[in-house]
Design a protein around this ligand. Structure first.
Ligand code: ARG
Length: 458
């Protein structure tokens, strides 16, 4: 029997019942629902709204239900309308009348708004720790690749040399900001709506702050209509997760390119690659491709929630039940992606010779050649023009900046001398880019040390 069925003349149509029910997806919030109810009951007891004996009976009844669910001794019935009805029904069947007093001064509207906050608060913390692990792995790999010279690209064209460590640390920075956004989102989420009731609070003398404190929350919502009817914290979380997926997807794309025979900068471990049923030579980066593909799901969840909430009048509307599947899917997807992505990066084999080969001979050091002339006193714009002519000459004659003889250099500008060969060597190109935030091995070492220090404080 439904919690609300007393005033109804017939049962809900079977299909309507299935359509309306949320137990298949909200049962995962059983712990938060029970913990929230315990806090509510304790508050009712403290305020004298229920007797101390009823309060104790409710609390120990709820603790028993929680223990039984965790031990696998109590199955959450798929026939219940939602997790709130299930827990309350089970409590009343266990302790009788005291169980019927639990819902005093409460509605499922503030109850569900509380449960989802508590659930997502904990999930956000797990996600932060998962992202931390990935950043730590990126730091280790960057350390290994501090001196590996590779081409840096713009427009997917070889542009200037960087180091592999520098390239990876760019992602470490993006992911650090993701952690910052997630922690910030938790601050706004960790506020208790309990006491908002269905929409207009209640006539009982509640101590909302006390219940919030019991739940480790940082405060109470300031307006009851807002407390039960916004899901901005859900949207904010999915939006943070969408950015995580943008970052994972970009790195996935690079990994996919780097694994190709055209690049061969890295090789993924066999444990994180798949083969083809027909082409025996294939080793496919399926994990990275799936992460790239799954980003679409998370963006879809974000769009679904923005759309679901945007036209809702205050206060609660059943549309809000849609928040759970969307946000659970986003959370589950990101957790699953990280659980594969992090060890995939940790175990990948880096092939520095191939990176170096790709960085050599492609005029990636043309800027450095121009900078060399600037050091000799030429204005940069003139140096740039001279080197473009040199590059054109090299292309025409099958030469590189490294192999072009000094006599040719001199014919373009008499300021050239043998020092140019050293200035345009890949080592000089990266070592001399030691500006803060730059790709030189020294700067990369500093970036790694800074990021590791930051991780310790998170
Ligand atoms: N299953 C509902 C949800 O997720 C719980 C709240 C129900 N409240 C109501 N007034 N029907 O939103």
């Amino acid at each position: 029997m439904k919690l609300w069925a007393s005033n109804f003349h017939k049962a809900l149509d079977k299909q309507a019942d299935d359509f309306n029910s949320s137990i298949s997806f909200d049962s995962r919030m059983y712990r938060q629902d029970i913990t929230g109810s315990i806090a509510h009951a304790r508050m009712l007891g403290k305020q004298g709204i229920i007797t101390a004996a009823d309060c104790e009976a409710i609390v120990s009844g709820l603790e028993g239900i929680l223990a039984d669910i965790e031990a696998g001794a109590l199955e959450i019935s798929p026939d219940a309308e939602d997790i709130h009805s299930f827990v309350e029904g089970e409590l009343t069947s266990r302790i009788g009348d005291a169980g019927k007093r639990l819902h005093t001064a409460r509605s499922r509207n503030d109850q569900v708004a509380l449960d989802i906050r508590l659930y997502l608060r904990d999930e956000a913390k797990t996600l932060i720790s998962d992202i931390k692990k990935l950043i730590a792995v990126l730091c280790d790999k960057a350390d290994e690749g501090r001196e590996y010279v590779m081409p840096g690209y713009t427009h997917m064209q070889r542009a200037q040399p960087v180091t592999f460590g520098h390239h990876l640390m760019a992602y470490a920075q993006m992911l650090l900001r993701d952690i910052g956004r997630l922690s910030d989102c938790v601050k706004r989420m960790n506020i208790s709506p309990l006491g908002s009731g269905a929409l207009a609070t209640t006539t009982y003398d509640l101590d909302r702050k006390y219940a919030a404190e019991l739940l480790g929350m940082d405060g109470i919502t300031a307006n009851s209509l807002d407390g039960v009817s916004d899901r901005d914290f859900v949207i904010e979380l999915i939006s943070c997760l969408s950015l995580v997926m943008v970052h994972l997807s970009r790195l996935s794309e690079e990994i996919i390119l780097w694994c190709s025979w055209e690049f061969k900068f890295i090789e993924l471990d066999d444990a994180y690659s798949t083969g083809s049923s027909i082409m025996p030579q294939k080793k496919n980066p399926d994990m990275a491709e799936l992460v790239r593909g799954k980003s679409g799901r998370v963006f879809g969840d974000l769009t679904a929630m923005l759309t679901a909430v945007k036209g809702l009048p205050l206060a609660y509307n059943k549309d809000m039940q849609e928040d759970k599947e969307a946000v659970f899917d986003a959370v589950d997807t990101v957790k699953m992606c990280l659980s594969v992505f992090t060890p995939m990066i940790a175990t990948m084999r880096v092939l520095p010779e191939n990176m170096r080969r790709a960085a050599s001979g492609g005029f990636i050091n043309a800027t450095d050649c121009a900078d060399y002339l600037v050091e000799k006193g030429l204005p940069f714009r003139d140096a740039y023009k001279t080197v473009s002519e040199i590059v054109a000459h090299c292309i025409e004659n099958g030469l590189t900046l490294e192999s072009m003889p000094m006599s040719d250099y001199k014919s373009f500008c008499d300021k050239f001398d043998d020092g140019v060969y050293d200035a345009i060597s890949l080592e000089s190109c990266v070592n001399r880019r030691s500006v803060a935030g730059g790709p030189s091995p020294g700067q990369v070492a500093k970036q790694i040390a800074d990021v590791r220090e930051t991780l310790e404080k998170i």
